[in-house]
Design a protein around this ligand. Structure first.
Ligand code: NAD
Length: 503
């Protein structure tokens, strides 16, 4: 590959030993601690190492966030000042966008052009939620004679924020941007596989003027660092984005400690293609829905339900296009699908080919580790035709460039299949028939229904899942609910009669 073909504006330094960042300070690795390799999935090379934060270090991070909340300036600041700092974070993210995108692409294998969009979205998140925090308001009641009751909102406290590896910048920043502008503080634990962009992101927050202790970063495995964080009694809430099995474990811990929790979990979203659809657009949308972000996205349209009258033609075209998808170095502008994030994940995705065949599904294309590029955790864009919706490839999240197609006859059947899932994150429908679209909107049990569009994220609307896809929503109203406490202050407007015990 020629060097000119890579559009990255320049290479950026990679932190050779990623450690925690607590109270605005980089933590020096202690003697005897454990390091883990950090890889580049395109080259299969180790490019850095991560120092795992032990429970003592996690405790120091929580204490820092606690101090910043209990006695620091952040929750006490005038909202305009806090908003200015959030806007400064927005500007610093934009100024450092190329560096963040470079680190994310290097460590996750996500195409650079996708990651550039994620960085711009991060900046917008801080701007948007700063505005939400500055315009939120309380309530007053004066109907009861002689009393004025004022209901105010206050920041909730210290948030434990846990992020996954599939789109670290977009997802971790969403957690922080929905929490911090309200005056809360937090401790972020990113995935142990993808710490590079996360460390730089938190440094940039400080360069933008965020006071020390408001956002602390700890790195390490879920069972060690993550578990120490979510079970720490000094946190006030948990925001988790990741898999459903982990979400269940964290919710159990949160339940024992009575901590409020917001969970953004997995999905197995149906993408319904009706005969009344614009088929060319539906085809583009179905391919983008499953192969975008290397297929590693919670909101992937991974169960593609096609009406039988158009199925042969649609599936033939889908398979032809999937075969032409360009795999390659994620830094290249021509690359459509990059490598999967790490070796074990690639092996897990590939294991679903056997699972599919054991259930009677037909392999339509792909199904193997790619030979071109010869290096890297690349999986050929894969499609299988499932015999029925009970097949494991229709029920389990595969989280890779692996499409499961199914056919149906009637709209009733399509809606029933879409709903026959333990997940309910998003669903897609392609049709120009308004009545059919409205039935899908009303009857599909999922947090989002995308109509004739692959994935338009509206920040003003709530985002989150039904059923095992999560608890709670990200969005202005839901984030105010989750990130603030309500307080009623009751004030008599005249001397009310008091009982006089012992008088
Ligand atoms: P994961 O659940 O394995 O890990 C997520 C995070 O949790 C990591 O940081 C991990 O270290 C940590 N963790 C693991 N065990 C823990 C424990 N016991 N205590 C505390 N922390 C723990 O998920 P993943 O494989 O990193 O990410 C992929 C999953 O995330 C997929 O299921 C995907 O659908 C889901 N996801 C959901 C959304 C959404 O918005 N709904 C967005 C992106 C990804």
């Amino acid at each position: 590959m020629s060097a000119e073909a890579i559009t990255i504006s320049r290479e950026f330094p990679v932190n050779p030993h990623v450690t925690s960042l607590i109270d605005g300070e980089s933590i020096r690795p202690k003697a005897g601690g454990e390091d883990f390799p950090v890889g580049n999935p395109t080259t299969e090379q180790q490019i850095s190492k991560l120092r795992e934060a032990d429970p003592e270090e996690v405790d120091a991070a929580v204490r820092s966030a606690r101090r910043a909340f209990d006695s620091g300036p952040w929750p006490r600041m005038d909202i305009n000042e806090r908003k200015d700092i959030c806007y400064s974070i927005r500007d610093h993210l934009r100024k450092n966008a190329e560096e963040l995108a470079y680190l994310e692409c290097l460590n996750t294998g996500l195409p650079l052009h996708s990651v550039r969009v994620h960085v711009q979205r991060m900046a917008r998140n801080f701007e948007f939620f700063a505005e939400v925090a500055s315009t939120m308001h309380g309530e007053t009641y004066n109907q009861t004679k002689g009393y004025l009751t004022v209901v105010t909102r206050e920041p909730k406290g210290v948030c434990a924020a846990i992020a996954p590896w599939n789109a670290p910048l977009a997802l971790a920043s969403m957690r922080i941007a929905t929490v911090v502008p309200f005056g809360n503080t937090c401790v972020l634990k990113p995935s142990e596989y993808t710490p590079l962009s996360m460390r730089r992101m938190v440094e940039i927050f400080h360069e933008a003027g965020l006071p020390p202790g408001v956002v602390n970063l700890v790195n390490g495995r879920g069972a060690v660092t993550g578990n120490a964080l979510v079970s720490n009694p000094d946190i006030d809430m948990i925001g988790f984005t990741g898999g459903t099995i982990t979400g269940r474990a964290i919710a159990a811990t949160a339940g024992r400690n009575l901590k409020p929790i917001a969970l953004e979990l997995g999905g197995k979203s149906a993408n319904i293609i009706l005969e009344s659809a614009n088929l060319e657009r539906a085809l583009d949308g179905a391919l983008a829905g499953i192969f975008g972000n290397n297929g590693q996205q919670c909101l992937a349209g991974s169960r593609i339900l096609v009406q039988r009258s158009i199925a042969d033609r649609f599936i033939e075209q889908f398979v032809a296009r999937a075969r032409q998808i360009r795999l390659g170095d994620p830094r290249l502008p021509t690359t459509e699908v990059g490598p999967l994030a790490f070796r074990q994940h690639m092996e897990r995705v590939l294991s679903f080919v056997q699972v599919a065949e054991a259930d009677g599904a037909k392999l339509l294309t792909g199904g193997k580790r790619a030979t071109r590029p010869a290096q890297g955790w690349f999986v050929e864009p894969t499609a299988v035709l499932a015999p029925h919706n009970d097949a494991r490839v229709c029920q389990e999240e595969i989280f890779g460039p692996f499409a499961t197609l199914l056919t149906f006859d009637t709209l009733d059947e399509a809606i029933a299949i879409a709903n026959a899932s333990k997940f309910g994150l998003v669903n897609y429908v392609w049709s120009d028939d308004l009545k059919a679209v409205m039935r899908c909107s009303q009857e599909i049990r999922a947090g989002t229904v995308w109509v004739n569009t692959p994935m338009m994220r509206e920040l003003r609307a709530p985002f989150g899942g039904y059923k095992e896809s999560g608890i709670g929503r990200d969005g202005p109203t839901s984030s105010i609910e989750f990130c603030t406490e309500l307080k009623a202050t009751i004030i008599p407007t005249a001397d009310a009669a008091l009982p006089r015990y012992g008088a």
